[in-house]
Design a protein. Structure first.
Length: 203
C-alpha cells in the first residue's frame, strides 16, 4: 500500500502544521484564557483532560482536551479503556457547547505544534482498541505511517466510533485517505471541517 503523498508534500504538510498551529495558539490565546476561567469556575476538578494514544510510527503520546466529562469519568478513563460514546458530558451549557462544537479539542493545537499530531489525519486510538482492530484487519499498521489528525473524512462522515464495527469502517476510510492523500485533499478536509463547525453540524 503506497502513500499518496510524496516526500516534498509531507514536508509542506508538516510546515503548514507548525505555522498554522503556532498562529492558532497565539491568536486564540484569549479564547483559551476565557475557557480556562469559565471551566475553572463552573466545573470541579482539572480543566484539561490527558489520555494516552498511539500515534506516528506507533509511538504513544498524550492527547490534550478541555475536560467536558465528569471528574469521576475522567478518572475511569485514565485507568481503563472506554469507547467515546460512553463518555458523560458534564451537564452544564458550557461543557455541552464545547463538546457539540468540538471546541474541547482546541488544546490539541499544542499536539500539532510539537509533532504528535497533524491538522489532517486519522484520529489516534488507544492501544486496547488498536489490538482489537488489528485482530480483524492487520492493515491498521499503515495508520502508523501518518501523524494522527484533528480531522479527517472519517471523522466528518463516520462520527464518534463507539463500536468496533464503526472503528473498522473508520479504518477503511483512513486507509483510502492514505493512498489518495494530497495537499489539495487536506485543504478540502480542513475547509469542510470549518464549514461543519460554523454551521453547527455535528460530526
Amino acid at each position: 500500500m503506497k502513500d499518496g503523498m510524496g516526500l516534498w508534500e509531507r514536508g509542506v504538510k508538516r510546515l503548514f502544521d507548525i505555522v498554522a498551529s503556532f498562529l492558532g495558539l497565539i491568536l486564540l490565546s484569549p479564547v483559551f484564557l476565557i475557557l480556562f476561567l469559565l471551566l475553572r469556575m463552573r466545573c470541579e476538578g482539572s480543566v484539561f483532560f490527558r489520555q494516552e494514544r498511539i500515534g506516528f510510527r506507533g509511538a504513544p503520546f498524550y492527547i490534550l482536551k478541555f475536560r467536558t466529562i465528569s471528574e469521576s469519568e475522567h478518572q475511569i478513563l485514565k485507568e481503563g479503556p472506554l469507547l467515546t460514546g460512553t463518555n458523560h458530558v458534564i451537564e452544564n451549557p458550557l461543557c455541552r457547547f464545547l463538546r457539540d462544537h468540538h471546541l474541547d479539542e482546541l488544546p490539541q493545537l499544542w499536539n500539532v505544534l510539537i509533532g504528535d499530531m497533524s491538522f489532517v489525519g486519522p484520529r489516534p486510538e488507544r492501544k486496547f482498541f488498536i489490538d482489537q482492530i488489528m485482530s480483524v484487519n492487520p492493515n491498521y499498521e499503515y495508520i502508523y505511517k501518518m501523524r494522527p489528525g484533528l480531522t479527517s473524512w472519517a471523522t466528518l462522515y463516520n462520527g464518534y466510533t463507539d463500536t468496533l464495527e464503526k472503528m473498522l469502517i473508520r479504518l477503511d476510510m483512513d486507509l483510502d485517505y492514505y493512498v489518495r492523500r494530497s495537499l489539495l485533499i487536506d485543504l478540502k478536509i480542513i475547509v469542510t471541517t470549518a464549514a461543519f463547525i460554523i454551521n453547527g453540524k455535528k460530526f
